[in-house]
Design a protein around this ligand. Structure first.
Ligand code: GDR
Length: 329
C-alpha cells in the first residue's frame, strides 16, 4: 500500500486530496500543527482512515519526527499561510511558513532519506500569484515571475528551492503552478466563497449587504476537486517537472458577482458595497493560465467551467444554510 503525507490537510485542497488518495488505496498521513485546529474533526469525519501527526512547517525537527512515522512514498506540501491580503499585514509570518517552510521540509526529506532524495516523490504547491504583474499572457511554466505580495514572493522562494533541491540533490520534486481553484470547501474569506455564502444568506434574509474590494481583478478560476488529481498525476510520471494547472479562461470579480446573484434571481448591484479596506497595497490585475503542458504530458484537462463552478458553489451554500436551519443551528 503506497504511503502519502499531506501538509495543509485541513485546507480545501488537503481534504480533496486526502479523499482522492484514500480512494486510490493509499495510506494517508496528515501533518497538523496541534490538536486545536477546529477543522480536524472534519478531516476525521470525511476520511476516517487518515492518520494525523503533529508537526509544524516552522520546526524542522518536528517534521523529521513526522517523516519517521509516516515513511511516505509521496509528500504533498500544501501547507502555507495562503491568504494574499493577510500576507501584507503579516509579511514575516508569511515568509516563514509559506517560504522557509518549503526549505525546511526539503531539508527534512534530505536528512530523512540520508541524501537519497529520489526515494521520495515531493509535490510543492506553487501558485499563479508568482506571476503577479507579468506582461506575458497567458502564463505558462517559463513565464517570468513578478510577484505582487509577500505571499507571492514567498511562493517564488519555495518554487525555486524545490527546483534547487532537484538540481543539487536529485530530489524527485515537482511544482504545480495552480491558478485559483475554488469549491464549497473554500475558506470564507476568499472572494468566491465570500460571494456565494453572501448570496445564500441575502436570499434567505439573513444578510443585507456584501462588502468587497476591487471588482475589476480578473482570475482564472477552476474547480479544486479536479485540481488535486493533477497533483497526483505529476508524481506518477517517469520524470519530475513543473506544470501550470488552469482553465485558460479569465473572469472578473464583477462577473463572478453577476453570475452568482443572477443564479438566485437577484441583481448584485443592489447588495454590493465597496469597502476600501479590502483593497490590497499592490494588486494582481489579471491572470490566465496555459495548461497545455499538463494536457499533453499528464492527460489532464479541467471539466468544470466558470458558470458551472459559480452555480455549484451557490447551490452548496444554500443547501448548507437549509441543513443548518433544519438542525436548529
Ligand atoms: P487570490 O484570491 O488573492 O487570487 O489568491 P482571493 O479570492 O483572496 O482574491 C481574488 C481577487 O478578488 C479581489 N477581491 C477580494 N478578495 C478577497 N479575499 N476579499 C474581498 O472582499 C475582495 N474584494 C475583491 C482580490 O483583490 C483579488 O484580486 C488565491 C489564494 O488561494 C492563494 O493562496 C492562491 O495561491 C491563489 O489564489 C492562486
Amino acid at each position: 500500500m503506497p504511503r502519502a503525507l499531506i501538509t495543509g490537510i485541513t485546507g480545501q485542497d488537503g481534504l480533496y486530496l486526502a479523499e482522492f488518495l484514500s480512494e486510490k488505496g493509499y495510506e494517508v498521513f496528515g501533518m497538523v500543527r496541534g490538536q486545536q485546529n477546529p477543522k480536524i474533526p472534519i478531516v476525521e469525519e470525511l476520511i476516517p482512515s487518515v492518520q494525523l501527526l503533529e508537526g509544524d512547517l516552522r520546526d524542522l525537527s518536528s517534521m523529521l519526527g513526522v517523516l519517521e512515522v509516516a515513511q511516505p512514498d509521496e509528500i504533498y506540501n500544501l501547507g502555507a499561510m495562503s491568504f494574499v491580503g493577510l500576507s501584507f499585514r503579516q509579511p514575516e509570518l508569511t515568509g516563514d511558513i509559506t517560504g522557509m517552510g518549503v526549505l525546511r521540509i526539503l531539508e527534512a526529506v534530505r536528512i530523512h532519506t540520508q541524501g537519497q532524495m529520489e526515494r521520495v516523490r515531493f509535490y510543492q504547491a506553487s501558485s499563479s500569484e508568482m506571476f503577479g504583474a507579468t506582461s506575458e499572457s497567458p502564463q505558462h511554466e517559463t513565464t517570468q515571475f513578478h510577484p505582487r505580495s509577500p505571499y507571492g514572493v514567498a511562493k517564488v522562494f519555495g518554487h525555486y528551492m524545490t527546483q534547487n533541491y532537484r538540481e543539487s540533490y536529485n530530489a524527485w520534486a515537482c511544482s504545480g503552478i495552480l491558478f485559483n481553484h475554488e469549491s464549497p470547501r473554500r475558506g470564507e474569506t476568499f472572494v468566491t466563497r465570500k460571494i456565494t455564502r453572501a448570496v445564500a444568506r441575502i436570499q434567505a434574509g439573513l444578510q443585507a449587504k456584501l462588502y468587497l474590494g476591487n471588482l475589476d481583478a480578473k482570475r482564472d478560476w477552476g474547480y479544486a476537486k479536479e485540481y488535486v488529481e493533477a497533483m497526483w498525476l505529476m508524481l506518477q510520471q517517469p520524470e519530475p517537472g513543473d506544470y501550470v494547472i488552469a482553465t485558460g479562461e479569465s473572469h472578473s470579480v464583477r462577473e463572478f458577482l453577476e453570475e452568482a446573484f443572477a443564479h438566485v434571481g437577484l441583481d448584485w448591484e443592489q447588495y454590493v458595497e465597496i469597502d476600501p479596506k479590502y483593497y490590497r497595497p499592490a494588486e494582481v490585475d489579471q491572470l490566465v493560465g496555459d495548461a497545455s503542458k499538463a494536457k499533453a504530458v499528464l492527460g489532464w484537462t479541467p471539466n468544470t467551467r466558470f458558470k458551472d463552478l459559480v452555480r455549484l458553489m451557490v447551490d452548496a451554500d444554500q443547501a448548507e444554510l437549509i441543513a443548518r436551519r433544519q438542525g436548529g443551528a
